[in-house]
Design a protein around this ligand. Structure first.
Ligand SMILES: O=C(O)C1=C[C@@H](OP(=O)(O)O)[C@@H](O)[C@H](O)C1
Ligand SMILES: C=C(OP(=O)(O)O)C(=O)O
Length: 430
């Protein structure tokens, strides 16, 4: 399905932020790793959430759900042997479940998105799991993959953090269940470091004890721990809401987004400060962000690694800012659903934006006068490219058509419903 985005000058109204993708995947996982029955309130309904549900079910968790909650009876440290798992296009789900698979004799991971997740590298996690005695057959670090484990060793474990924080998070979920204590050392840099804070928060809520160094590069993990069954409440999602807030920032608007906790551990919470630094009129109080956009923005310079899943939306806002913006320290955007630097900038340029790339940087020469539009955009299977190009389309001279925009459902199936309820002219077409 394609989406036609017609220029829209005004957005007005209130929405409830969707539920957080990253907390939903984590709560599903720790509930599966517990032996009793856990409840997750307000889980995210999206393809990635569904992928995690499917995997933990296949691994033996009992999952019952209605609109507002999921009740899960976990398998503890004894997942049910299963031949094959399908993680869809969900990177975090694949990486987290690879460690669960290490507890089983043989699990095969299929490659259902060869042009997206199928291109993403997992070498650093593969190397760490291999050092723990797990055997892995893979295609040059990529899917499809077969994991042969059983009883992985703890002890000293090293993992690189220079491509993705998900490799470290994955090991942090696994190591408490091992017979031995573990010491995890992160090699090189740790990208998306803030997300690891979410992993540690969820582990603590699940009753797991981990000692982390202040810089998050070293961990002591006692073995033989048990995940406790709990009730978890999922908070609102900043990465998805970042796109709504950016849409409000580039138009004349009066837009309110509820359920965005000021003290959230989501790094993308920083998008509120980014928009503020771009001089967008907004307030953030009591979990409510209120944007009163006037369409005027000022360029700025930002460390994008602090809000990795919000960068594309902020770049889309910067397309209309006065001056040149820089988003630096963003190389790992190249290893996401698509190359979020080269592929994304190609699509932005088609729409008329003036953008440049370096290996680890996006540079945007703002065009406050607006862009041409009138083009067809390739979504590259990437929900965040779809959301970001929609923002650009709202302020183009002519409509843009986003091909295969249904991939937005990876994280935010009701993105276009939300925008429409705010007055955006967006229409599905086949
Ligand atoms: O741990 C997680 O749930 C995630 C970590 C981040 O990935 P990287 O660590 O690969 O940057 C983020 O982009 C992704 O959407 C979710
Ligand atoms: C990169 C993302 O997700 P994942 O790595 O889990 O596929 C994302 O949600 O933008």
């Amino acid at each position: 399905m394609d989406m036609i985005v017609t220029p829209t000058g005004r957005l007005n109204g209130e929405i409830q932020a969707l539920s957080s993708k990253n907390y939903t995947t984590r709560y599903l996982l720790v509930s599966a790793l517990a032996e009793g029955t856990s409840t997750i309130l307000y889980p995210a309904h999206s393809e990635d959430g569904e992928a995690m549900r499917r995997c933990i079910r296949d691994l033996g968790a009992v999952v019952e759900e209605d609109e507002e909650k999921i009740v899960i009876t976990g398998f503890g440290r004894s997942p049910r042997p299963t031949k094959e798992l399908d993680v869809g296009n969900a990177g975090a789900v694949l990486r987290f479940i690879m460690s669960v698979a290490a507890l089983l004799p043989e699990v095969h991971f299929v490659n259902t998105y060869p042009a997206s997740l199928g291109k993403r590298p997992h070498d650093d996690l593969i190397a760490a799991l291999e050092s723990m005695g797990v055997r892995i057959e893979h295609q040059n670090g990529r899917l499809p993959m077969t994991i042969r484990g059983g009883n992985p060793r703890g002890g000293k474990i090293q993992v690189s953090g220079s491509v993705s924080s998900q490799f470290l998070s994955s090991l942090l979920f696994l190591t408490p269940l091992l017979d031995e204590d573990s010491e995890i050392e992160v090699l090189h840099d740790l990208k998306s470091k803030v997300v690891v804070g979410q992993t540690l928060e969820v582990l603590e809520q699940a009753g797991i004890v981990i000692e982390a160094s202040e810089d998050l590069m070293r961990y002591r993990v006692p073995g033989r721990q048990k995940y406790k069954a709990q009730t978890y409440t999922v908070q609102g999602d900043y990465p998805g809401s970042a796109a709504i807030l950016a849409a409000a920032a580039v138009t004349e608007s009066d837009v309110v987004v509820h359920r965005l906790k000021e003290d959230s551990k989501q790094g993308e919470r920083a998008v509120v400060d980014v928009l503020r630094a771009m001089k967008v009129p907004l307030t953030h109080e009591g979990g409510i962000v209120h944007v009163k956009g006037n369409g005027r923005l000022t360029a700025g310079e930002f460390d994008g690694d602090e809000f990795t899943d919000g960068v594309l939306a902020m770049v889309a806002a910067a397309v209309f800012a006065e001056g040149t913006s820089r988003f630096y320290n963003v190389e790992n955007l190249r290893y996401k659903e698509c190359d979020r630097i080269t592929d994304y900038l190609t699509e932005l340029r088609k729409a008329g934006a003036r953008v440049e790339e370096k290996r680890d940087e996006i540079i945007v020469h703002g065009r406050p006068e607006g862009v041409e539009g009138g083009v067809e955009i390739d979504a590259h299977y990437d929900h965040r490219v779809i959301m970001a190009l929609t923002i650009v389309g709202l302020r183009s001279a002519r409509p843009i058509r986003i091909k295969d925009a249904h991939h937005v459902a990876k994280s935010y199936p009701i993105y276009f419903d939300h925008l429409k309820s705010l007055g955006a002219q967006v229409e599905w077409t086949s």
